[in-house]
Design a protein around this ligand. Structure first.
Ligand SMILES: *Cc1c(COP(=O)(O)O)cnc(C)c1O
Length: 427
């Protein structure tokens, strides 16, 4: 595989961009490589600057759920572009977007658009604090909720891959109200409520852990959190930046039948454009400015081009429930196939998966939380990653990221992927 152009670009990039990348998860350092620079993408495939073609299981970390360069989405974006890129004023597309989100997600009566998942979480937490008049937040080890100060404690994939538990540059004061709990450990959360009860504004959780590799919630975990929040007058925030519009129309809350008070979105909601959103019950969302006293703003929030992309994708998902059946079937085929492969070849590894999200962990221990995820052999992962990439299968360059399947993937491509994995593990 020729990689001259990517390597040349990377040499240039590192001189001017920290680590040569604009988001750390794009670096290939942890797998001992330099990143491939992507030139274009279509359907389930990406092509790099040297012309190598990859079957893609990153999907821009989730947004490209209909596949890359979806014709219908591109058309809507082109149409919007011709009308002007930004007005800094209210537009009809924002009303359409809000209506669609409220239609698709029963727990949401009001929604505010922002520009990233980070912003969505930061704003939802502020709204929860404003609404409850409390300061403490419970977050789980290994869950990622964007890079705002208060959320950067044991924050999952990016920082895990870098080998540091927490970010430097975050003052202790910024995280002193962030209480840490263990994913899937309801008793631990109960203890925190016993100690802090009426000071806890919210519990924030990824309803499927997807930033320490994929870690599904145990039976009763999410329902238990719901109950504890209700009993203590705290809000339950589902961070559905990954699971939203992926596991089902209404995301994980539909898939697991548990309602959150506030929900945060990013990734899929923008159809590939930088978009985030947070929403929930009307009485909670009405604490947000200019109705209420919680200030939150954004010059480019609800941007017309971004809305066009997000709307086109969400409208398609809303009108085509068969997409979810397809995604889940492909997930079953890929991850089920991986489970079978591990069994047949007597590999002691773990395959965790929910719907179209899945991870192969290089450990013989069941992965149920941050501590067990970290028992994975990242050297073995790196070797596996290199083989997959060299054979044209692009997965995230970290043990602690999910694989993302899109609607553009086919049975043949999943089988091809399984064959390559099989070839690797057989040798
Ligand atoms: C990606 C992610 C975020 C942050 O979103 P950005 O758009 O990268 O700021 C927040 N929460 C979860 C669960 C995520 O996966």
């Amino acid at each position: 595989m020729k990689t001259e152009r990517s390597e040349k670009l990377f040499k240039e990039a590192v001189k001017m961009i920290p680590g040569g990348v604009n988001s750390p998860v794009r670096a290939f350092g942890s797998v001992g490589m330099t990143p491939r620079f992507i030139a274009s993408a279509e359907g389930a495939y990406m092509t790099d600057a040297d012309g190598n073609r990859y079957l893609d299981y990153v999907g821009s970390w989730g947004p490209m759920i209909l596949g890359h360069a979806n014709e219908m989405v591109l058309e809507k974006v082109a149409e919007a572009c011709k009308k002007g890129l930004s007005f800094g004023a209210a537009t009809e597309a924002e009303v359409d977007m809000a209506r669609l989100i409220c239609d698709m997600v029963p727990s949401i009566e009001m929604v505010r658009m922002v520009n990233s998942g980070t912003e969505a979480v930061m704003s939802a937490v502020r709204a929860a604090r404003g609404y409850t008049g409390r300061n403490k937040i419970i977050k789980f080890e290994g869950c990622y909720h964007g890079h705002s100060d208060a959320m950067l404690v044991k924050a999952g994939s990016g920082v895990m891959t870098a080998g540091v538990p927490d970010s430097s540059g975050v003052p202790a004061g910024a995280t002193e109200d962030t209480l840490l709990a263990v994913y899937n450990d309801l008793a631990g959360v109960e203890k925190l409520f016993d100690s802090w009860g009426k000071e806890i504004a919210a519990v924030i959780v990824e309803p499927v852990g997807a930033n320490m590799g994929v870690v599904p919630p145990k039976e009763g975990f999410l329902k238990g959190l719901r109950k504890l929040c209700t009993e203590n007058g705290s809000l339950l925030i589902f961070d559905e930046v990954i699971t939203g519009f992926r596991l089902a129309k209404a995301g994980a809350q539909e898939y697991f039948d548990v309602q959150s008070d506030l929900t945060t979105y990013g990734k899929i909601i923008g159809g590939g454009m930088p978009v985030g959103a947070y929403g929930g019950r009307k009485e909670v969302m009405e604490v947000v400015s200019p109705v209420g006293k919680v200030y939150q703003a954004g010059t480019l929030s609800g941007n017309p081009v971004a809305m066009a992309a997000g709307l086109a994708q969400l409208q398609y998902l809303n009108g085509h429930p068969e997409v979810y059946a397809h995604l889940n079937a492909l997930g079953e085929m890929l991850y089920g196939g991986m489970e079978k492969m591990c069994k047949d070849l007597q590999l002691p590894y773990q395959v965790n998966h929910v719907g179209s999200l899945g991870s192969l962990f290089f450990t013989d221990q069941p992965v149920v939380d941050y501590t067990s995820a970290k028992t994975s052999d990242t050297k073995k992962f790196a070797e596996y990653f290199r083989y997959m990439l060299e054979n044209g299968v692009y997965i995230a360059a970290s043990q602690f990221e999910a694989m993302f399947i899109s609607d553009a993937h086919t049975d043949e491509e999943i089988q091809h992927t399984l064959n390559i994995m099989h070839n690797y593990f057989e040798k």
